[in-house]
Design a protein. Structure first.
Length: 171
């Protein structure tokens, strides 16, 4: 089984069940592989988790670029993105993102890509659709901040109201 196939299997598992405290051995067993294959392709548990986050972020970037190409207004695209990401089905992915971001903040080996891609990977693809880098960075920060708020407080009504307020201010 190759790297991309392993990653796809792990991403599918994590989307359904989360990763929690699973060891590489346990995760490998759940997807029908071996921990040695995961180590070979990803180097460490952190490396695998970083690859999962990168895969999820790539999917979100592709969706955002597609919105931009359809002529959808930035506000409508942001609202659609918020409504999708705030769904309980995305909670595991979002928790993993924040966990890896914290590991990257402390320079944990295997998380370097997360630190490098946190914002830069979003700004580059947006340039062809004419997005302003500073505005895009602010949009990302607001969505991520409110997602963190939602994960910690479970206050869906409050985070939705805050997001709508941001959109009004953004114009």
């Amino acid at each position: 089984m190759g790297r991309q196939e392993l990653l796809s299997d792990v991403v599918a598992h994590v989307r359904r069940h989360g990763v929690g405290d699973l060891s590489l051995r346990e995760l490998a067993e759940l997807i029908g592989s071996s921990h040695r294959m995961l180590l070979y392709h990803f180097g460490s548990r952190e490396g695998l988790l970083a690859a999962i986050v990168a895969e999820n972020e790539a999917r979100e970037r592709a969706t955002a670029v597609a919105y931009g190409r359809t002529g959808t207004s930035a506000v409508d695209a942001l609202r659609t993105t918020w409504r999708r990401l705030r769904q309980p089905a995305h909670a595991g992915e979002e928790r993993l993102f924040f966990e890896l971001a914290a590991m990257a903040m402390y320079g944990r080996p295997g998380t370097e890509r997360v630190a490098d891609d946190l914002v830069g990977s979003w700004v580059g693809p947006a340039k062809p659709v004419g997005s302003d880098a500073a505005q895009l960075r602010l949009d990302i920060a607001v969505i991520r901040g409110l997602l963190l708020d939602l994960l910690v407080t479970a206050d869906r009504k409050g985070t939705d109201a805050a997001f709508e307020q941001y959109l009004r201010l953004r114009g």
